[in-house]
Design a protein around this ligand. Structure first.
Ligand SMILES: [Fe+2]
Length: 155
């Protein structure tokens, strides 16, 4: 049995390829951005940095909005919000923080240096990988797996 149409809770247990791909695309935009604390030395958008960053942000926001919605629907359908309300609200708050942080980068696309936005997005992706995924998503995956087991099993 599956907790939500089109949503596979087992997929929560492993890092989604879209996030690995986002980090790879970020590094491809400007391989040196972590080595410099200043605006990049390349010509303004000579390498299409702004366009590539804009496309990456759009793809990332689309992916995360869908994923966060699926996770939150699964939490409600399987009563995770009742079984563990504290973890659920912390998880949902973290989704909102990520959406806001990503939105904050998107709204500054035309006003802030690309280098600054790359650094900020790098921090967002790394925080997702180091904190959100292992803390919230993997916990939710384990809980959904337990809840999906027939009564009397897995105790
Ligand atoms: Fe999550």
């Amino acid at each position: 049995m599956s907790p939500g149409q089109g949503f596979d809770p087992a997929a929560l247990a492993s890092e989604p390829p879209q996030m690995t791909e986002a980090l790879r695309r970020l590094e491809a935009i400007c391989p040196q951005f972590r080595q410099s604390d200043q605006a990049c030395a390349c010509r303004p958008d000579g390498g299409g940095c702004h366009r590539k960053l804009s496309e990456l942000l759009a793809d990332l926001m689309a992916f995360l909005v869908d994923r966060f919605r699926d996770e939150e629907l699964a939490m409600k359908r399987w009563l995770v919000t009742v079984v563990d309300p504290r973890a659920s609200s912390s998880h949902i708050e973290d989704h909102a923080d990520f959406t806001a942080a990503l939105g904050g980068v998107i709204v500054r696309l035309d006003t802030s240096p690309v280098h600054d936005l790359l650094c900020e997005l790098d921090g967002i992706l790394r925080r997702w990988r180091a904190e959100h995924f292992p803390t919230h998503d993997q916990y939710l995956a384990a809980l959904l797996e337990r809840l999906a087991q027939p009564a009397g099993r897995g105790a």
